[in-house]
Design a protein around this ligand. Structure first.
Ligand SMILES: O=C(CO)[C@@H](O)[C@H](O)COP(=O)(O)O
Length: 221
Protein backbone atom coordinates (compact mmCIF):
# COMPACT_ATOMS: atom_id res chain seq x y z
CA UNK A 1 0.00 0.00 0.00
CA UNK A 2 1.25 3.49 -0.87
CA UNK A 3 1.41 6.32 1.71
CA UNK A 4 -1.99 7.93 2.26
CA UNK A 5 -2.87 10.95 0.12
CA UNK A 6 -5.66 13.46 0.76
CA UNK A 7 -6.53 15.20 -2.51
CA UNK A 8 -9.10 18.01 -2.24
CA UNK A 9 -11.19 18.40 -5.39
CA UNK A 10 -11.10 22.09 -6.27
CA UNK A 11 -14.40 21.61 -8.09
CA UNK A 12 -15.89 22.41 -4.67
CA UNK A 13 -13.71 25.50 -4.11
CA UNK A 14 -14.84 29.09 -4.51
CA UNK A 15 -13.93 29.68 -8.18
CA UNK A 16 -13.80 33.43 -7.62
CA UNK A 17 -10.78 32.83 -5.35
CA UNK A 18 -9.34 29.63 -6.84
CA UNK A 19 -5.64 30.40 -6.33
CA UNK A 20 -6.15 31.38 -2.70
CA UNK A 21 -8.38 28.35 -2.04
CA UNK A 22 -5.77 26.02 -3.57
CA UNK A 23 -2.96 27.45 -1.43
CA UNK A 24 -5.23 27.31 1.64
CA UNK A 25 -5.98 23.57 1.36
CA UNK A 26 -2.30 22.82 0.72
CA UNK A 27 -1.29 24.88 3.76
CA UNK A 28 -3.97 22.99 5.70
CA UNK A 29 -2.23 19.67 5.00
CA UNK A 30 -3.58 18.44 1.65
CA UNK A 31 -1.08 16.28 -0.26
CA UNK A 32 -2.34 16.72 -3.82
CA UNK A 33 -4.79 18.93 -5.69
CA UNK A 34 -7.49 17.00 -7.57
CA UNK A 35 -8.53 18.74 -10.77
CA UNK A 36 -11.91 17.67 -12.23
CA UNK A 37 -12.21 18.40 -15.95
CA UNK A 38 -15.76 18.19 -17.36
CA UNK A 39 -16.74 18.80 -20.97
CA UNK A 40 -20.59 18.75 -21.02
CA UNK A 41 -20.32 15.78 -23.40
CA UNK A 42 -18.82 12.84 -21.52
CA UNK A 43 -20.51 14.19 -18.37
CA UNK A 44 -23.41 16.67 -18.13
CA UNK A 45 -21.42 19.52 -16.64
CA UNK A 46 -18.68 21.94 -17.60
CA UNK A 47 -15.79 22.90 -15.32
CA UNK A 48 -12.30 24.13 -16.23
CA UNK A 49 -9.46 23.38 -18.61
CA UNK A 50 -5.68 23.43 -18.94
CA UNK A 51 -5.37 27.24 -18.75
CA UNK A 52 -6.53 27.10 -15.14
CA UNK A 53 -4.01 24.37 -14.36
CA UNK A 54 -1.25 26.47 -15.89
CA UNK A 55 -2.43 29.53 -13.95
CA UNK A 56 -2.21 27.60 -10.66
CA UNK A 57 1.35 26.53 -11.50
CA UNK A 58 2.23 30.15 -12.32
CA UNK A 59 0.67 31.14 -9.00
CA UNK A 60 3.25 28.98 -7.20
CA UNK A 61 1.38 25.70 -6.69
CA UNK A 62 4.13 23.07 -6.56
CA UNK A 63 2.11 20.16 -5.11
CA UNK A 64 1.07 17.31 -7.42
CA UNK A 65 -1.90 18.23 -9.60
CA UNK A 66 -4.00 15.12 -10.19
CA UNK A 67 -6.04 15.72 -13.34
CA UNK A 68 -9.24 13.69 -13.78
CA UNK A 69 -10.44 13.96 -17.36
CA UNK A 70 -14.20 13.51 -17.69
CA UNK A 71 -13.96 14.35 -21.39
CA UNK A 72 -14.21 12.60 -24.73
CA UNK A 73 -12.08 12.43 -26.81
CA UNK A 74 -9.07 12.48 -24.51
CA UNK A 75 -5.94 12.88 -26.67
CA UNK A 76 -5.89 16.68 -27.04
CA UNK A 77 -6.59 17.26 -23.35
CA UNK A 78 -3.84 14.81 -22.35
CA UNK A 79 -1.33 16.81 -24.38
CA UNK A 80 -2.62 20.17 -23.14
CA UNK A 81 -2.69 19.17 -19.47
CA UNK A 82 0.80 17.66 -19.60
CA UNK A 83 2.00 20.99 -20.99
CA UNK A 84 0.01 22.91 -18.36
CA UNK A 85 1.79 21.19 -15.46
CA UNK A 86 -0.34 18.14 -14.58
CA UNK A 87 1.45 15.52 -12.49
CA UNK A 88 -0.97 12.67 -13.16
CA UNK A 89 -3.65 12.37 -15.82
CA UNK A 90 -6.57 9.96 -15.46
CA UNK A 91 -9.18 9.20 -18.10
CA UNK A 92 -12.19 6.90 -18.47
CA UNK A 93 -11.98 3.77 -20.66
CA UNK A 94 -15.39 4.63 -22.17
CA UNK A 95 -13.98 7.94 -23.45
CA UNK A 96 -11.62 6.45 -26.04
CA UNK A 97 -11.18 3.45 -28.32
CA UNK A 98 -7.46 3.48 -27.49
CA UNK A 99 -6.93 2.97 -23.79
CA UNK A 100 -3.46 1.46 -24.09
CA UNK A 101 -2.28 4.13 -26.53
CA UNK A 102 -3.45 6.96 -24.27
CA UNK A 103 -1.82 5.45 -21.18
CA UNK A 104 1.41 5.38 -23.18
CA UNK A 105 0.87 8.96 -24.38
CA UNK A 106 0.50 10.19 -20.78
CA UNK A 107 3.72 8.44 -19.78
CA UNK A 108 5.61 9.66 -22.84
CA UNK A 109 4.63 13.20 -21.82
CA UNK A 110 6.21 12.66 -18.40
CA UNK A 111 3.06 12.27 -16.29
CA UNK A 112 1.66 9.43 -14.21
CA UNK A 113 -1.17 7.55 -15.91
CA UNK A 114 -4.51 6.69 -14.35
CA UNK A 115 -7.73 4.98 -15.38
CA UNK A 116 -11.08 6.01 -13.84
CA UNK A 117 -13.87 3.49 -13.34
CA UNK A 118 -17.48 4.62 -13.17
CA UNK A 119 -19.76 2.85 -10.67
CA UNK A 120 -20.98 0.35 -13.32
CA UNK A 121 -17.67 -0.07 -15.18
CA UNK A 122 -16.53 -3.70 -14.88
CA UNK A 123 -13.03 -4.57 -13.74
CA UNK A 124 -12.14 -6.39 -16.94
CA UNK A 125 -11.23 -2.98 -18.39
CA UNK A 126 -8.03 -3.41 -16.35
CA UNK A 127 -7.08 -6.62 -18.17
CA UNK A 128 -3.81 -6.35 -20.12
CA UNK A 129 -3.09 -2.79 -18.95
CA UNK A 130 -2.97 -3.03 -15.15
CA UNK A 131 0.84 -3.18 -15.06
CA UNK A 132 1.03 0.03 -17.14
CA UNK A 133 -1.02 2.10 -14.69
CA UNK A 134 0.23 4.34 -11.90
CA UNK A 135 -3.26 4.99 -10.51
CA UNK A 136 -6.78 3.56 -10.57
CA UNK A 137 -9.58 5.97 -9.69
CA UNK A 138 -12.75 4.35 -8.38
CA UNK A 139 -15.71 6.64 -8.87
CA UNK A 140 -18.00 6.23 -5.86
CA UNK A 141 -20.59 8.54 -7.45
CA UNK A 142 -21.66 8.97 -11.05
CA UNK A 143 -19.28 11.59 -12.42
CA UNK A 144 -20.37 15.11 -13.23
CA UNK A 145 -21.19 16.77 -9.94
CA UNK A 146 -19.79 17.27 -6.48
CA UNK A 147 -21.83 16.84 -3.32
CA UNK A 148 -23.38 13.43 -4.12
CA UNK A 149 -23.70 10.48 -1.74
CA UNK A 150 -21.14 7.67 -1.70
CA UNK A 151 -22.42 4.56 -3.55
CA UNK A 152 -21.86 1.64 -1.12
CA UNK A 153 -21.04 -0.96 -3.84
CA UNK A 154 -17.83 1.00 -4.45
CA UNK A 155 -16.43 -0.70 -1.33
CA UNK A 156 -16.69 -4.13 -2.99
CA UNK A 157 -15.01 -2.75 -6.08
CA UNK A 158 -12.18 -1.22 -4.02
CA UNK A 159 -11.59 -4.59 -2.28
CA UNK A 160 -11.53 -6.41 -5.63
CA UNK A 161 -9.09 -3.93 -7.16
CA UNK A 162 -6.86 -3.99 -4.07
CA UNK A 163 -6.53 -7.78 -4.51
CA UNK A 164 -5.57 -7.31 -8.16
CA UNK A 165 -3.00 -4.63 -7.31
CA UNK A 166 -1.46 -6.71 -4.54
CA UNK A 167 -1.05 -9.62 -6.95
CA UNK A 168 1.16 -7.44 -9.16
CA UNK A 169 3.48 -6.11 -6.44
CA UNK A 170 3.51 -2.80 -8.37
CA UNK A 171 3.15 0.61 -6.64
CA UNK A 172 -0.25 1.35 -8.25
CA UNK A 173 -2.31 3.88 -6.31
CA UNK A 174 -5.95 3.16 -5.55
CA UNK A 175 -7.89 6.40 -5.39
CA UNK A 176 -11.55 6.91 -4.46
CA UNK A 177 -13.62 9.86 -5.57
CA UNK A 178 -17.16 10.92 -4.68
CA UNK A 179 -18.93 11.35 -1.36
CA UNK A 180 -15.74 10.75 0.64
CA UNK A 181 -15.85 12.32 4.11
CA UNK A 182 -14.42 11.98 7.61
CA UNK A 183 -17.42 9.70 8.34
CA UNK A 184 -16.73 7.01 5.73
CA UNK A 185 -13.00 7.37 5.02
CA UNK A 186 -12.07 4.65 7.54
CA UNK A 187 -14.19 2.02 5.77
CA UNK A 188 -12.85 3.12 2.36
CA UNK A 189 -9.29 2.83 3.69
CA UNK A 190 -10.02 -0.61 5.20
CA UNK A 191 -11.35 -1.74 1.81
CA UNK A 192 -7.94 -0.93 0.34
CA UNK A 193 -7.83 2.66 -0.91
CA UNK A 194 -4.76 4.81 -0.30
CA UNK A 195 -5.77 8.06 -2.05
CA UNK A 196 -8.86 10.02 -1.06
CA UNK A 197 -10.44 12.70 -3.21
CA UNK A 198 -12.83 14.94 -1.30
CA UNK A 199 -14.59 18.09 -2.45
CA UNK A 200 -17.47 19.17 -0.26
CA UNK A 201 -16.15 17.37 2.84
CA UNK A 202 -13.29 19.87 2.82
CA UNK A 203 -14.36 23.03 0.98
CA UNK A 204 -17.80 23.23 2.60
CA UNK A 205 -16.18 23.29 6.04
CA UNK A 206 -15.13 26.58 7.68
CA UNK A 207 -11.77 25.16 8.84
CA UNK A 208 -9.86 23.25 6.12
CA UNK A 209 -7.12 22.13 8.50
CA UNK A 210 -9.67 20.63 10.89
CA UNK A 211 -11.45 18.89 7.99
CA UNK A 212 -8.21 17.39 6.61
CA UNK A 213 -6.89 16.45 10.06
CA UNK A 214 -10.20 14.69 10.85
CA UNK A 215 -9.84 12.61 7.68
CA UNK A 216 -6.21 11.76 8.46
CA UNK A 217 -7.10 10.84 12.04
CA UNK A 218 -9.92 8.58 10.87
CA UNK A 219 -7.31 6.50 9.05
CA UNK A 220 -4.98 6.82 12.06
CA UNK A 221 -2.26 8.98 10.57
O1 LIG B 1 -15.23 13.90 -10.02
C1 LIG B 1 -16.05 14.18 -9.21
C2 LIG B 1 -17.46 14.35 -9.60
O2 LIG B 1 -17.56 14.06 -10.94
C3 LIG B 1 -15.62 14.34 -7.79
O3 LIG B 1 -14.25 14.74 -7.69
C4 LIG B 1 -16.44 15.18 -6.93
O4 LIG B 1 -16.29 16.50 -7.32
C5 LIG B 1 -16.06 15.00 -5.51
O5 LIG B 1 -16.83 15.85 -4.78
P1 LIG B 1 -17.52 15.42 -3.42
O6 LIG B 1 -18.39 14.24 -3.70
O7 LIG B 1 -16.38 15.06 -2.51
O8 LIG B 1 -18.25 16.65 -3.01
Amino acid sequence: MQPIVIAPSILAANFARLGEETHNVLNAGANWIHFDVMDNHFVPNLSFGPMICEALRKDGVTAPIDVHLMVSPVETMIRDFAKAGASSITFHPEATLHVDRNIQLIKDLGCQAGLALNPATPLNCLDYILDKLDLILVMSVNPGFGGQSFIPSALTKIRDIRKKINETDLPIRLSVDGGVSEKNIASIYEAGADTFVAGSAIFAKPDYKHAIDSMKQAVSL
